[in-house]
Design a protein around this ligand. Structure first.
Ligand code: GTB
Length: 218
């Protein structure tokens, strides 16, 4: 059955792979599932046809036969449960890997997104730098805890899982800030994720969208 996901027609990250379709692409590449991509404009995302798939008017979505999903974490869990390669067979190890997916999106990502939101919405305020210091400290707290748990292991719990895929994707949102550099084992962890052939294929695929739009002079 054909899998179709949605992605930005013009991603604001200009091909850096930071939008959440990248995680879904990466998961599909890890399990060797071909997929199609429907590009949506910001205008189309807020219109009825897309809202029927994604009630908040966002990307990514996932369609497979009569199944439609939204929320990248749920999509990744669905892919990981349906195809071998992203979750261990052992039931307890599988449950722990799923816990790491949730840890990435609900414990780590909110503090990181808060930093981005502060920059976009409050960057010009006189108190921005002061607020940023607090936001950065909240991120450092989480990075320190994650760093302590990872230690010198390659992945969070044994072999690479969907939990690592989600966690590396979240850490990537810190690229360009110096925060991650304070935690060498997390830098190495992120680099290991990005070195995976499936990550590279997914990255090139999303970058091709940006290059095509740029070449079209749009
Ligand atoms: N919880 C949802 C999920 O995980 O699927 C969140 C989905 C979401 O935030 N989608 C964003 C979106 O559609 C794109 S990924 N935004 C449009 C809107 O809300 O109108 C977030 C994102 C966007 C851009 C960058 N960037 O340019 O660097 C990075 C991340």
């Amino acid at each position: 059955m054909t899998i179709t996901i949605t992605a930005f027609e013009r991603s604001p990250d200009r091909g850096k792979g930071l939008a959440r379709d990248m995680r879904v692409r990466w998961a599909l590449e890890e399990v060797g599932q071909p997929y199609e991509v429907r590009l949506v404009s910001f205008k189309a995302m807020k219109q009825a046809a897309h809202l029927a798939l994604q009630p908040f008017g966002q990307i990514p979505t996932y369609e497979e036969g009569d199944l439609t999903l939204f929320e990248s974490g749920a999509i990744i869990l669905h892919i990981a449960e349906r195809h071998p390669g992203l979750l261990p067979d052992d039931a307890k190890a599988r449950a722990r890997a799923i816990a790491w997916i949730f840890a990435a999106v609900s414990t780590m990502e909110p503090v990181i997104v808060d930093r981005e939101t502060a920059r976009y919405l409050e960057g010009k305020e006189s108190w921005y730098e002061e607020r940023l210091a607090y936001v950065n400290d909240r991120i450092r707290k989480r990075l320190g805890e994650l760093s302590a748990r990872l230690g010198d292991a390659d992945w969070l719990d044994g072999n690479f899982t969907a939990g690592d895929l989600e966690m590396v994707s979240v850490l990537l949102r810190l690229e360009g800030s110096a925060l991650l550099d304070e935690y060498p084992n997390l830098c190495a962890y992120s680099a290991r994720g990005q070195a995976r052939p499936a990550y590279k294929r997914a990255f090139e695929a999303q970058k091709a969208v940006f290059l095509a739009v740029s070449a079209g002079g749009q």
